[in-house]
Design a protein around this ligand. Structure first.
Ligand code: TXA
Ligand code: MG
Length: 332
């Protein structure tokens, strides 16, 4: 007996997503950090579609997402003790570990590298998708290369449109910025990207100091200085200069918006001032939504100040500094 055919609308969206992954298609899914653009990591032809959809160079490796740590043995050659300690503390969650790759992992996933990035996300939709799929899902952030990551399904639809077969809905990405990446192929481990899990969190858990990559002295993938960029020219300015520079640029005819945790000055007639929350975790949660909104509203100049280098503030400083990288090297 054959099963009656179900129309696409009647299918459970996660079952539909699993079917698409198995057939080699692309599924965008929410995680607790940002939206991922996923494909079956074991199908190179499917993984190739990710690079095409994002317009991303193939030298930039992808993170493999798994449902649970017991799947690690299929993806990495060994799990060092430090990785076990970090996994116990931070998985599922916003931590990506770079580990020595298993020979079966396709070269395309790792950009030819001998290592592979692994993350076990905690978002319930991501978890359900990964559990029902059963394999590894290669997924970068679901945005065009060098642009702002997506934290809402609508961002993905707007930016990637019909290049994605299905966009799963989610209640938002609670953290709002990408995972912390730590390279465990080096000893001591080195942080390649900061996120909600801080250097201090990692050091307290491991019991020793970890390094932090200096992005200005490296050409390693993902350390591209122009990244996370809105279309608006973005400048970092001292807090007490924000209103002065905004007024000057507005007087010169530019459409200007300021993003700051400081309150708006009394007179902001010629420019817009969006005040961010005091709490830095709340800033992270809404930052990319604000950057997408700035582009949607057609602002030409974004002025912002940097938070202090503490807690998630360090990761925010990294993202904002890179967003401002576009003022001299504008991409179209
Ligand atoms: O929060 C996140 O990490 C999100 C969600 C979807 O999981 N993903 C994400 O992926 O931000 P992506 O591709 O936008 O950024 C991952 C970074 C890239 O800069 C990539 O170069 C780096 O991780 N990466 C991945 N595998 C690597 C490896 N084997 N060695 C060094 N860097 C690696
Ligand atoms: Mg990305």
């Amino acid at each position: 007996m054959t099963e009656p055919a179900l129309s696409a609308e009647l299918q459970d969206p996660i079952d539909q997503a699993v079917r698409i992954l198995r057939k080699g298609g692309l599924v965008a899914f929410p995680t607790e950090t940002v939206y991922g653009l996923g494909a079956d990591a074991m199908q190179p032809a499917a993984v190739a579609k990710i690079f095409a959809a994002k317009n991303r160079p193939r030298s930039h490796p992808l993170i493999v997402h798994l449902a649970a740590p017991d799947q690690l043995r299929d993806w990495v050659r060994t799990v060092p003790d430090h990785a076990k300690v970090l996994a116990t503390k931070f998985w599922p969650g916003p931590l990506t570990m770079i580990l020595e790759k298993h020979p079966r992992v396709p070269q395309l996933v790792t950009g030819g590298a001998a290592s592979v990035g692994i993350r076990i996300p905690s978002h319930p939709v991501a978890q359900e998708l990964l559990q029902r799929f059963g394999g590894g899902v290669a997924a970068p952030s679901a945005n065009p290369f060098s642009r702002v990551s997506a934290t809402l399904a609508s961002h993905v639809r707007h930016d990637l449109g019909d290049r994605v077969d299905l966009v799963l809905e989610g209640d938002g990405c609670d953290i709002g910025i990408e995972s912390t990446i730590v390279d465990l192929c080096q000893s001591p481990p080195v942080i390649l990207r900061l996120g909600a899990i801080t250097q201090q969190d990692l050091e307290q858990t491991l019991g020793f100091s970890v390094g932090r990559i200096n992005r200005r002295s490296t050409t390693s993938p993902g350390q591209h200085p122009v990244h996370y960029s809105p279309r608006a020219e973005t400048r970092i300015v001292a807090t007490n200069q924000l209103a002065i520079q905004a007024a000057a640029a507005a007087a010169a005819g530019q459409r200007v918006v300021v993003l700051s945790r400081s309150p708006a000055p009394l007179k902001t007639v010629d420019f817009t001032w969006w005040q961010l929350p005091e709490d830095l975790a709340a800033v992270a949660r809404q930052l990319y939504r604000r950057l997408h909104e700035i582009d949607a509203q057609g602002f030409e100049l974004l002025l912002l100040d940097l938070p202090a280098d503490e807690g998630i503030g360090a990761a925010l400083r990294d993202r904002l500094t890179r967003a401002a990288g576009n003022s001299s090297v504008r991409s179209t």
